[in-house]
Design a protein around this ligand. Structure first.
Ligand SMILES: Cc1cc2nc3c(=O)[nH]c(=O)nc-3n(C[C@H](O)[C@H](O)[C@H](O)COP(=O)(O)OP(=O)(O)OC[C@H]3O[C@@H](n4cnc5c(N)ncnc54)[C@H](O)[C@@H]3O)c2cc1C
Length: 291
């Protein structure tokens, strides 16, 4: 690891001033679970680390206007155990519970998980399915963008130089909706997903047919993504094996996985089809119970 200067500002304005002053030589650090590893591997060599740990106003989970507002410094463990998250969006608590080990979940943060933009991470998949928005601050002020447009490529996001994530906002599920997160990981329970699927199903007034479905996929492309062709097959339909298989096959055509130590690209495509069917089944069941 290289020698570096460590700064612990107290306000977002101080963070932004430090990022302006040090430019490309500075990196913000939140939980440090990804950044410290990358520094040890000498993949990044920042001269100045700007810690977010002591910055006021970046933590906490609150309900505003029906939405959940999650501060960037909120840890994965806080998301997993929060009564507010469990009550409003149980699928989100469950998704964070599936991340790595409890030790890592105590350190890793929501903002770090999005800024890191590793396509194998769990939280971005469910947050995309939930139509979450990212709140960002930089020299030009504050802006908010849909998470669906935030990820650009492997480890690349829409963040401009000098910008930080300050929060994520998540709207409530529509009435008569159910959600599920399915993480397929054949190696060990604390591994990254081989394929991950978040599904949300909203039912029509008859409690049987699908009004709207959202399906997000992780670990099968350079970024997490919405399976739009699969989603388009569901509105107006009743659940049956043929429909679930058709949605899975459509999703399979939308992914672009890498062959790696978790499986071949072909294997991941096949598992995508299967896991989409499984996630839709669970979300549909949950929607029926919510109806
Ligand atoms: C062994 C191991 C296994 C893991 N397994 C999983 C898993 O299965 N699923 C999963 O989802 N995750 C997993 N993780 C966690 C994940 O890979 C990242 O390490 C974690 O999400 C990063 O969060 P952090 O707060 O520690 O970020 P940091 O390491 O502090 O930062 C990561 C990057 O984000 C930037 N950054 C951090 N916060 C902000 C911010 N607010 N605004 C702008 N930029 C910011 C940093 O500059 C850096 O570039 C695992 C981690 C480890 C070490």
């Amino acid at each position: 690891m290289n020698a570096f200067d460590y700064q612990a500002p107290r306000t977002v304005d101080e963070v932004l001033a430090l990022l302006r002053e040090h430019g490309d030589d500075a990196r913000v650090i939140a939980g440090g679970t990804a950044l410290v590893t990358m520094m040890r591997q000498r993949l990044v060599l920042p001269e100045c680390l700007v810690s977010l740990r002591d910055v006021a106003g970046l933590g906490g989970i609150e309900a505003t206007k029906g939405e959940l507002r999650i501060g960037a410094l909120t840890t994965h463990r806080e998301m997993e155990v929060s009564p507010l998250v469990k009550d409003r969006l149980a699928v989100l608590a469950e998704t964070f519970r599936r991340v790595a080990t409890v030790r890592i979940r105590h350190m890793a943060t929501v903002g770090g998980s999005l800024a890191h933009a590793d396509p194998n991470q769990d939280p971005p998949v469910t947050l995309i399915a939930l139509d979450a928005k990212v709140e960002v601050r930089g020299a030009a002020g504050r802006r908010e963008l849909p998470l669906g447009t935030f990820f650009r490529d492997y480890y690349e996001t829409a963040l401009e130089p000098g910008e930080i994530i300050t929060a994520v906002t998540v709207p409530p599920l529509p009435a008569a909706s159910g959600a599920a997160y399915v993480k397929f990981l054949p190696r060990s329970a604390d591994d990254y997903a081989t394929v991950a699927v978040a599904a949300i199903v909203t039912l029509e007034a008859d409690g049987q047919r699908c009004r709207e479905a959202r399906i997000a996929l992780g670990s099968v492309a350079p970024t997490p993504l919405r399976a739009q062709a699969a989603e388009a097959l569901l509105p107006g339909e009743q659940r049956d094996e043929r429909l679930l298989r058709a949605a899975g096959e459509a999703a399979k055509g939308e992914v672009n996985p890498l062959t790696d130590h978790r499986g071949s690209a072909e294997y991941k495509r096949e598992m995508t089809a299967l896991m989409v069917g499984r996630a839709l089944t669970q979300a549909w069941e949950a929607a029926r119970q919510a109806y």
